[in-house]
Design a protein around this ligand. Structure first.
Ligand SMILES: N[C@@H](CCC(=O)NCCCC(=O)O)C(=O)O
Length: 262
């Protein structure tokens, strides 16, 4: 009897565009790729930021979920009606041109989606929200940037408190009303997009996590970096496990529907 292997979700992982050695690279950090393999037993597929040249609908026919990654680059302010400012650089307009339509198309199809840091900000902008730049300079706001260090484990150290909104989907996932996270960001949610529900906030009021209110399935965004410590940090592991379970449930449902139609 053939042993059936566990289902491995195919996860589209967004990429930054970087110019290096005279070439234009489309790259995703290995931390996100490992979080897909280790955190949920999936297969990561890096999606190039080719904008209109990428057939997003055909891509979404083939994947089980979408992971929107973090990046040092910022969403271009013109996408949410603000002025470009040299201080808000670097931008990655190729990534913007890919991620935003990818988010909208995945949500329209009920494909599970996890948005991290820049991806969280892209989610807000894709649905009509705005961002604020240099949040640490606003009165009453804390500094959410990475600690100054050349050591990644120090930069991604889990050290900030966030309060989880009671009764929300994130609270059910992490099974806690407060957790510590690793924040590394200068931008933050300004106006929350309609259709997003706040799931966690920082002590200074910065929105730290959202869910898509009417999404048929898993659609969560977090401003922090659960991918980095997915193997050792319980809330991070729970979040990726829930993402994996949502993809498996959707795939099983689709398989059931296909079998019933035969
Ligand atoms: N650029 C945005 C989003 C922040 C983000 O995604 N950070 C991940 C990279 C962290 C690093 O290596 O510095 C912002 O700054 O808000």
């Amino acid at each position: 009897m053939t042993k059936t292997r566990p289902f491995s979700p195919l996860v589209a992982v967004t990429a930054d565009v970087k110019d290096l050695d005279g070439y234009r690279w489309h790259a995703a950090s290995e931390t996100y790729l490992n979080a897909v393999t280790v955190g949920l037993g999936g297969i990561p597929v890096v999606v190039p930021s080719l904008g209109d040249a990428l057939d997003i609908e055909r891509l979404l026919d083939r994947v089980d979920g979408v992971l929107l990654t973090g990046s040092r680059s910022n969403v271009h302010p013109e996408l949410y009606g603000a002025e470009a400012d040299r201080r808000s650089e670097p931008y990655d307009t190729a990534r913007d041109a890919t991620s935003l339509p990818l988010i909208r198309a995945a949500l329209a199809r009920g494909i599970p989606l996890l948005a991290i840091c820049r991806g969280f900000q892209e989610l807000n902008v894709a649905l009509g929200g705005t961002l604020i730049s240099e949040v640490q300079e606003l009165p009453g706001r804390h500094d959410h940037r990475a600690p100054v260090s050349d050591i990644q484990t120090e930069r991604f150290a889990i050290r900030q408190d966030v309060a989880i909104v009671t009764g929300g989907c994130l609270g059910r996932i992490v099974d806690a009303d407060a957790i510590k996270v690793n924040s590394l960001h200068r931008q933050a949610v300004g106006t929350l997009a309609e259709g997003l529900t706040v799931e966690a906030v920082a002590p200074d009021g910065t929105i730290e996590a959202v869910s898509v209110t009417d999404a048929p399935g898993f659609a969560v965004g977090v401003q922090w970096h659960p991918e980095y410590w997915v193997a050792t940090d319980a809330p991070s592991a729970r979040l990726f496990r829930a993402f994996g379970e949502a993809m498996r449930a959707r795939a099983a449902s689709h398989a059931g529907l296909a079998a019933a139609a035969e």
